[in-house]
Design a protein around this ligand. Sequence first.
Ligand SMILES: C[S@@+](CC[C@H](N)C(=O)[O-])C[C@H]1O[C@@H](n2cnc3c(N)ncnc32)[C@H](O)[C@@H]1O
Length: 203
Amino acid sequence: MMRRTHFFLIVFLVSILTGCGMDLDWKADEEYNNSVQPPEEVMNAIGVKEGMVIGEFGAGYGRFTLPLAARVGESGRVYANDIEESSLAFLKKRCRKAGLKNVRTILGEYEDPLFPKGSLDMAFSALVYHEIESPVVFLKNLIPALKPNAPIVIVDNAPGKNTEKSNIGRHWEKEFADAGLEIVKRKKLHERDVLFILKIATR
Ligand SMILES: C[S@@+](CC[C@H](N)C(=O)[O-])C[C@H]1O[C@@H](n2cnc3c(N)ncnc32)[C@H](O)[C@@H]1O
């Protein structure tokens, strides 16, 4: 029979090894996504500047949150929203380690990111829009958080390039229009990816 101490030693080693596996998985994903959506290039294309207040929805582990917070600096702020509490806890730890004090996390609802009203110079998201199940309702709930003329930026797999179930049969341009938004810029980032800058439609 296996001795108690051996059993606990095995459990301990397995938990360390699987923990490292997770660590490597998210790092590899982040490296790949950064290679096709380079944060500096994206931030230059959308005009992120010192002092801005940015609401990032679906921030996940903070792949974009950290570069955004570094760029807006101490006079700016990033509200990092997600529906996964554990991702936000991880993101907070990363910000603390990086010495970034201008990030506030917001646990949102599926159809509402819950950003403070009238607070944002820009709303931003990367690799999230295709996952949002009620995009028109979500966008309509996001709009009151924008300051006048502030854009919503969506970086994602180009429509049709994502085969996830949640993305099949969707027509993004129609969703944007139904939410009262118009496309002011559309930029291809990579074979797979696209960037949209949206503003409230003037009609
Ligand atoms: C593929 S990850 C992208 C994470 C990060 N933006 C990045 O580029 O690495 C998608 C994220 O969107 C979040 N998400 C999905 N639906 C959401 C919703 N309705 N509101 C807020 N976040 C959502 C998920 O929890 C997940 O963290």
